[in-house]
Design a binder for this molecule. Structure first.
Ligand code: MIC
Ligand code: SF4
Length: 651
């Protein structure tokens, strides 16, 4: 049978289950990546598994999220990560070497391999024909130990590209267009597979931009074929030996085909506060722009920064606008410094930042009150930038650079095709891996450094048959993990669950942690009630671990996003879904709820008996969990389940 590229790679990596869309499968993972903000927990969990050395082909630990080092916490985390990597066979990409996804694409990505990363933008690797998936740190820890990674075998949507992008229109506009069609919800357990003549017109970093931001649709991943363009990129990176050609079979069947004519696209922007809130840039023309930020794992490749530098050359940043630029990797940084592009940026008045996530995760560069900020990254959730009242617009590097010069939204196409600066991406990149430290050979010789901010990962208790408790918060649709567990200034507590838990739902209801902890301490279960697409965005498992620490036993929502619901299960929290939408309307903060017969429901049911004790009526709940997930919940999370499993195999 003719196969999609996705299913060809899945087939090669299948360990458990049947490759039938909708069924749970376990796949072998060839490569893993972690970043510092999710990595400390992942390595603490890996250490708890007592495995002497990683069992993947390649595992890399990047430090790119928390590099501000205000206080000792970040620096301690970095030392922990460096030593733990050396000990267990993991490559360590030092702070300053660049953003994980950009560096991984440049230096490690291989067509046809599977990559699991503790970051939701791991699908960036789809740009090089790798099946790359984001997950919680615990799933990545298990994969590092050689364990399978479980997903639902996806439906595959073909995105058929034709034509060629016009000058001033770029990869970001392609994915913003796809987002305008698919939106940010309703795409769980799907893969976007790009194909068609138009693919050849896009370089690997452009494909990576598209695959990166596919994450915002909620799909499991996005993937491009591996072709001569892929080969040229690998050759330019001195890695031509990693190339293999890959594409879907001719008559492969897809759930849906989306046609995109690249020639017909125009510059787009995602308006506040969702990446799916798309508008044409020309309709925003004239709107004042206070800040422009160029960088992030979506748009800071060499190609992007060459374009930005060329647009800025000989111009000045508008006096009413602040421009910051953060190159995606040290390779990009050093290449733009050597060819004069960096000088054009500095001369124009740009503020140059480290090669890190920085502004994208709200780690610095918070805009002023009510500011309009145009950014090239992938998420514009309310408050993520560090300023609650600011409005973030996501756009291409071309649009962003023009906004910086003009001080207002400007339609790049109105500049005329002749005004588009010619850039030339060299056929060889400057390769210098001196900031990627290879692990120590052998096992056990390195002393792992642990600062006082690093605590052991908390473990849950087995699930009870009956739970009685209270709704401690009720939230609406599209609650992101940034709402649940803010990053930015709070990032430095990622290794300290007790402290970080004080900030759960900080921007939504700052009283939540105290309320939840009081319920927990009085022996009551804590419940969260939510609308559609609960847990959008980041893979941070802290959005499950910290609520677990505060006593949350179940989240009852209209629907969940993939990574977050897997994280809830991994930490023993029940992801329950409303059967009748009236029940969502009826429940309020403070409603007393009883869930009964949970263990037998987990045994052989998809529904759960629940009662609203406040209004004295039944609530109709359901859940969609695999056999394995049911057992994980019963055990009180994946760590307990794994231990029980190991115990069972000894007995
Ligand atoms: C993000 O873009 O939200 C992050 C920060 O990279 C997260 C990971 C994290 O919270 O550490 C992600 O995308 O998974
Ligand atoms: Fe970093 Fe932003 Fe990319 Fe997340 S989306 S990995 S914070 S650059």
């Amino acid at each position: 049978m003719a196969k999609s590229l996705t299913y060809k790679i899945l087939e090669k990596h299948l360990v458990t289950g049947r490759l039938v869309p909708g069924e749970e499968i376990g796949i072998r993972i060839d490569q893993t990546l972690t970043q510092d903000a999710t990595g400390t927990m992942a390595y603490l969990q890996f250490e708890a598994m007592d495995i002497p050395r990683v069992r993947t082909e390649v595992s890399v630990s990047y430090v790119d999220h928390n590099t501000l080092q205000q206080g000792f916490e970040n620096a301690d985390d970095h030392r922990y990560l460096q030593t733990v990597a050396a000990k267990y066979g993991v490559f360590f990409s030092r702070p300053g070497n660049g953003i994980c996804h950009q560096v991984h694409l440049e230096r490690f990505g291989k067509p046809g391999k599977t990559l699991l990363g503790s970051d939701s933008h791991t699908p960036t690797g789809g740009g090089i024909g790798m099946l790359s998936i984001g997950a919680g740190g615990l799933d990545v820890a298990v994969a590092m130990g050689g364990g399978e990674f479980f997903i639902i075998a996806p439906e595959v949507i073909k995105v058929e590209l034709s034509g060629k992008l016009r000058d001033w229109v770029s990869a970001k506009d392609v994915i913003l267009h796809v987002l305008s069609v698919l939106s940010t919800k309703g795409n769980v357990n799907r893969v976007l597979e790009y194909a068609g003549k138009g693919v050849e017109t896009l370089s690997v970093p452009e494909r990576a931009t598209i695959a990166n931001m596919g994450a915002e649709t909620g799909v499991t991943t996005s993937i491009f074929p591996s072709d001569k363009v892929t080969r040229a990129f690998l050759k330019a990176q001195n890695r031509v030996g990693d190339y293999i050609p890959l594409k879907a079979d001719k008559n492969a069947e897809y759930t849906r085909v989306l046609q995109v004519d690249l020639s017909a696209l125009e510059p787009l922007a995602a308006m506040p506060h969702s990446p799916g809130n798309i508008e044409k840039v020309r309709n925003l023309a004239g709107k004042k722009v206070d800040q422009v930020a160029i960088g992030s794992c979506t748009n800071s490749s060499l190609r992007d920064l060459l374009v930005v530098g060329a647009i800025l050359k000989g111009k000045k940043v508008h006096p009413g606008t602040s421009l910051v630029i953060s190159p995606g990797s040290r390779q990009v940084f050093s290449m733009i410094s050597r060819n004069g592009t960096l000088s054009s940026m500095i001369d124009a008045g740009a503020r140059i930042m480290e090669s890190t996530c920085g502004f994208c995760i709200g780690n610095g560069q918070a805009p002023s009150t009510n500011a309009v900020s145009v950014r090239t990254n992938n998420r514009n959730f309310e408050g993520r930038c560090g300023t609650q009242s600011a409005g973030i617009y996501l756009a291409s590097p071309e649009t962003a650079a023009l906004c910086a010069i003009k001080g207002e939204f400007t339609d790049p196409l109105s500049e005329g095709e002749n005004a588009f600066p010619e850039i030339k991406v060299p056929s060889r990149f400057d390769v210098d891996d001196s900031m990627i430290l290879a692990p120590e050979p052998g096992t056990g010789t390195v002393d792992v450094f642990r600062g006082p901010n690093i605590g052991p990962p908390p473990v849950n208790v087995p699930m009870l048959d009956d739970l009685r408790g209270e709704v401690a918060i009720k939230v609406g649709d599209k609650i992101t993990t940034d709402h649940i567990m803010p990053a930015g200034a709070r990032l430095k507590y990622r290794s300290n669950i007790k402290k970080y838990s004080e900030y759960v739902f900080e921007g939504v209801d700052p009283g939540f942690p105290k309320k939840a902890a009081a319920l927990r301490d009085s022996g009551k279960a804590v419940f969260i009630v939510a609308g559609e697409s609960y847990g959008q965005g980041s893979s941070r498992e802290h959005a499950a671990i910290c609520p677990m620490y505060l006593g949350v036993k179940a989240v009852i929502a209209k629907s969940f996003e993939r990574i977050h619901s897997a994280n809830l299960v991994n930490f023993g929290i029940l992801p329950l879904v409303f059967d009748r939408m009236e029940d969502y309307e009826r429940l309020v903060t403070g409603t007393e709820i009883e869930l009964s017969g949970i263990l037998s429901a987990l045994e052989n049911n998809n529904t759960l008996a629940a009662r609203d004790l406040t209004r004295r009526c039944d609530i109709s709940l359901k859940f969609s969990l695999s056999r394995r997930q049911r057992d994980i919940i019963r055990s009180g999370g994946l760590l307990n389940y794994t231990k029980n499993d190991a115990q069972r195999s000894i007995e």
